[in-house]
Design a binder for this molecule. Structure first.
Ligand SMILES: [Zn+2]
Length: 302
């Protein structure tokens, strides 16, 4: 039996915000991005509804270690010490000791970190399977190839499975909530780099996936069109950020101007309700901070 199922982590009580993929093959089971600690109970319920318990999982495949994707990993390993956790080399130290990761998250979400993401327990080093990109993971009769796809995060990887041609791309191909065509960048600090990101998009296209699977949220059926739209929008958001930074009188004014501009764009495409849903899923304030940081680095480069 070979199935890929979308599990809705129902983050902050909002459906279609954070997805976990359940990948099954011949009695072997992996999940891609278990989600944050705050939605662990929902994940358990969603798996249970498909007749799967935490103890029956063989592996967790992490796209990257941001809390909305990977926060629940330590809790899952505590319940099922047999779990293999696949993660890029540069993300691994922050799973073993999440202190720094939590400190930087606390700077971005000073008031509601616990409510948003819950607990992030450390992951024992022995459970980690360190990736650089280029590996092949076997799951039952599926082969899953790993590609290093930085840009959103310096330790981001994508996974390509061979039987159905699905590419699990995490946040490398932006946010597109299933059922909509609008693709939105998520560009939080500190790693945003558009030149590197462009190569990662080329790498994804080079694997010729039939479908993409996005953590936010679900399947996208036309990878070439999706990535073309995303690439163009990402660069346009960057240009807008650079223009705003040149004219704004302060950082606060620049951020406000960015948020107003982008919120208007999103609402034009999606209407007010879905627009707010997108904006909540990837905070526009964080996207501004990430793009502004990259703009300043670019400007300072010789
Ligand atoms: Zn994310």
């Amino acid at each position: 039996m070979h199935i890929i199922t979308t599990l809705d982590d129902n983050w902050m009580g909002q459906g279609r915000s954070i997805a976990t993929a359940l990948v099954e093959s011949d009695g072997h089971r992996a999940i891609v991005d278990p989600g944050p600690g705050s939605t662990l109970a929902t994940l358990r319920k969603e798996l249970h509804a498909r007749g799967v318990s935490f103890n029956e999982l063989d592996a967790i495949l992490l796209n990257h270690i941001h809390l909305d994707h990977a926060g629940a990993t330590g809790a899952l390993v505590r319940e099922n010490p047999r779990l293999a956790v696949y993660v890029h080399r540069r993300g691994a130290p922050h799973l073993i000791d999440p202190t720094k990761l939590l400190a930087s998250a606390a700077r971005l979400w000073p008031n509601d970190l616990q409510q948003l993401f819950g607990e992030a327990l450390p992951v024992p080093e022995g459970n980690l399977r360190i990736l650089d990109g280029g590996e092949t993971i076997t799951l039952g009769s599926r082969k899953i190839e790993v590609a290093y796809t930085p840009g959103h995060a310096s330790h981001h990887v994508s996974y390509f499975e061979n039987l159905e041609g699905v590419a699990f791309v995490g946040d490398t191909a932006g946010i597109r909530i299933e059922g909509h065509s609008y693709v939105m960048p998520a560009t939080p600090p500190p790693d945003i780099d558009l030149e590197i990101w462009d190569s990662s998009l080329d790498a994804i296209l080079g694997c010729k996936p039939k479908r993409l699977f996005l953590t936010h949220f679900g399947f996208s059926e036309n990878p070439a069109e999706h990535i073309a739209q995303f690439r163009q929008r990402l660069h346009r958001w960057m240009d807008t950020t650079e223009n705003i930074l040149q004219t704004a009188k302060s950082d606060a004014e620049a951020m406000e101007s960015f948020i107003t501009t982008m919120r208007r764009e999103i609402r034009e495409h999606l209407g007010a309700d879905e627009g707010e849903h997108y904006a909540l899923t990837a905070g526009l304030n964080l996207s501004f901070l990430g793009l502004a940081r990259h703009a300043r680095k670019r400007a300072a480069a010789p």
